[in-house]
Ligand binder design. Sequence first.
Ligand code: DAH
Length: 342
Amino acid sequence: MVDIQKILIEAQEQLKNINSSEELSSFYQLYLGKSGKVTDLMKLMKEIPNEEKKNFGLAVNNLKQSISTAIEEKEKYFIKKKIEDSINNTKQVDLTIPSCKKLKGSLHPITIVQQKVIDIFLSMGFTVEDGNEIETEYNNFEAVNVPKNHPARDMQDTFYLDNGQVLKTHTSAAQNRIMKKYGAPLKAIFPGRCFRNEELDASHENTFFQIEGMMIDKNVSISNLIYFMKKMLTQVFGKEIDVRLRPGFFPFVEPGFELDISCPYCNGKGCRVCKHGGWIELCPCGMIHPNVLKMGGIDPDEYQGFAFGLGFSRLAMMTYDITEIRLLNSGNITALSQAKVK
Ligand code: DAH
């Protein structure tokens, strides 16, 4: 006699150890498949004596039912587990975490100041010229009235290349080229990077920026120089700026001046920036030396002109309250991006 109860217990025991859908379908085949144990029992039916058929049939049916239900439950459990596992393994997104800020680039303080000054001069009818960073010694020195062995060369020691050319020490180096290119009259500015062999400190760099300006015409005088400088600086600082000239020596101008501006921070009352004097030394300038005009192919008896060399690095530092010149070439984004277009 077949022990149906034993088959059920055995099936229940096996089911407990089943851990995957694949194992479960083998289990199904083992009991309910074509030649599974339960199916075989049903085939036995015809050999069972008539009086026992009913009980046997009932018992086999119950067995089939119990095993089917157990398989279904196990199947549901596997599906649920699969969903739960996939939820648990998915990276959780926390929408409340503050997003990481994208670092946006910003214009370099020198670029901002340069664009501003260029715009102002363009509006006054000046053209903008390019200067070379590598210059001939002639353009950098001789053509601006600094002959070989002149003591003024000491103040502008620079980097000499093997071919005898130099890294330009000032934007004045482009004066001769521009005079030869346009002749007189002319109104031009030329911004550029300059280089000097300097001992570095908070206010001295080997690489810095200047903008040079020249106006040459008939009857140009110091009044024109003062007018343009005052106009330009008033616009740069966004407030009325007074200027004053003190004598200064530069071989390429005669007379030469140091141009001071009334302190834009305290309006001339005296503060930390102007060292309590009310004035800030800003921009060397002067009337172009007749020798320089001559070397540029312009007749000094017919034409006169003024020239100035404004330190952009200095101006950017003043505008953005930067106290360390070396920051300007440092590539320190945190410091440099603090300058905003004003
Ligand atoms: N080139 C001079 C320097 O870098 C600055 C300068 C002085 C430029 C007087 C000028 C000028 O045009 O007239 O030290």
